[in-house]
Design a protein around this ligand. Structure first.
Ligand SMILES: Nc1ncnc2c1ncn2[C@@H]1O[C@H](COP(=O)(O)OP(=O)(O)OP(=O)(O)O)[C@@H](O)[C@H]1O
Ligand SMILES: [Mg+2]
Length: 399
């Protein structure tokens, strides 16, 4: 895919931004997972930057909108004011500009690969978990753990559940009603309660085990969107980019679940393609090729490796339900990502060069999220993490 082809996709605000910042725009970087567009660009001093531009098109989900985009700058300045060790791990914003209906910022270009790259080479997870140990320690000791705040009674609902009904109209506009309204919705042979009804039942009349899952306190908003592509690994270690864009107090479990979700569903679907087809009265959902063995192995080991990290053991010492909460956050991320896939219009291709449509990705996330949520709700707080994650991490292509 050449940069020139991609530039035809939407209003090319990157040229306005580049002119105002004195940049020469190079290739587009297609690794991001949102409506924002990122280009490698060169300044008049010869140094390369990443130029990130967002146009406020209609139909963007919350989190991919202009306010969240600008919120990232506010959050980064909070992190800078908070702790210099964590700040040094975050790529700094060099310049920010706004135009009519768009905003852009630059960060120094960092030669790197995403944090899951080592897992695509084979089943060995050693390098990945070495990286996680350093990352989690820095984020906890110098980030989340640097300050705490009381948690309100509705945190789980407002931070994790409410985004799903809020984004439902985006799904309605693109996904078939026979899927969105099915109740039961049969996914990979399992009859599931429709996720909207299931979540409404859970939060309108919270079950005791749901209430128990809440974190005992909130912590400093150290990131908020810790997917594997937001951690860049270079010759001198790693850098964080692209925080959530919120300065509200936060639950680190949300971020750990984002990393796990990157391994089980999100990154495999974006790289390998989603495969969804009808199966009698229900649906089969999976990927076009078997998931990378390294991803499947890392997903299987993820929770045990987290438990063994001293910084996490200290953080969660009085939070006995953090693993169950992590599994709920993982399932809710999977479902909530379905509408996000629809506002990311970047061209994507599977390893055989076949296009991957946003609608296919959205449907796959919706179906797998429904399956995961139903599995958790059915177990009423007593979950076996291994067999639960195997529902998606072991998903093979459907014939
Ligand atoms: N400074 C940088 N140096 C090298 N690569 C970068 C840099 N900034 C971004 N990238 C690459 O571009 C990708 C997308 O950037 P980024 O994560 O900021 O956007 P996004 O995920 O699309 O947007 P959103 O902010 O809406 O979540 C990154 O995953 C990374 O591969
Ligand atoms: Mg990103």
């Amino acid at each position: 895919m050449t940069a020139a082809t991609v530039h035809l996709m939407s209003r090319d605000t990157q040229w306005d931004a580049a002119r105002r910042l004195g940049l020469t725009v190079g290739d587009e970087i297609l690794d991001g997972g949102s409506a924002a567009r990122v280009f490698r660009a060169t300044g008049t001093d010869g140094a390369d930057v990443a130029l990130k531009v967002l146009t406020a098109d209609a139909g963007l989900v919350d989190g991919h909108d202009l306010d969240s985009f600008l919120g990232k700058l506010r959050q980064l300045s909070w992190i800078r004011a908070g702790d210099e060790t964590l700040a040094a791990r975050c790529l700094p914003v060099l310049h920010a500009v706004r135009g009519p209906g768009w905003a852009a910022y630059t960060t120094p270009f960092y030669e790197s690969v995403d944090s899951a790259a080592s897992l695509r080479l084979g089943p060995d997870c050693g390098a990945f978990f070495d990286l996680q140990a350093g990352l989690v320690k820095d984020l906890i000791v110098y980030g989340y753990g640097q300050a705490v705040a009381p948690v309100g009674p509705d945190f789980l609902t407002s931070a994790m559940v409410d985004r799903i009904p809020r984004r439902w109209p985006v799904l309605r506009a693109a996904l078939p009603a026979e899927v969105l309204d099915a109740d039961p919705l049969v996914v990979n042979g399992v009859p599931c309660v429709n996720p909207k009804r299931m979540l409404a039942g859970l939060t309108d009349l919270p079950r005791p085990w749901w209430t128990r899952l809440a974190p005992p306190r909130l912590m400093f908003p150290a990131h908020g969107d810790l997917n594997t592509r937001n951690v860049l690994v270079g010759a001198d270690g790693f850098r964080l980019i692209d925080p959530r864009g919120a300065t509200a107090w936060w639950d680190p479990v949300y971020d750990l679940a984002k990393t796990l979700f990157s391994l089980t569903v999100w990154d495999p679907a974006l790289r390998l393609g989603a495969h969804v087809r009808r199966d009698g009265g229900g649906w089969l959902a999976g990927f076009r090729q078997p998931v990378y063995p390294g991803y499947a192995a890392a997903a299987r080991l993820f929770i045990d490796r987290l438990r063994a990290m001293p910084a996490l053991a200290a953080l969660f010492g009085d939070d006995p339900h953090w693993v169950d909460r992590l599994l709920w956050a993982h399932a809710l991320h999977t479902l909530a990502e379905a509408p996000c896939r629809l506002s990311d219009r970047k061209p994507r291709h599977d390893p055989a060069g076949r296009p991957i449509a946003p609608e296919e990705l959205a449907l796959c996330h919706f179906l797998l999220g429904t399956l995961l949520l139903n599995d958790l709700a059915g177990s009423a707080g007593d979950v076996d993490a291994g067999s639960h994650l195997a529902l998606v991490a072991g998903t093979l292509p459907t014939p």
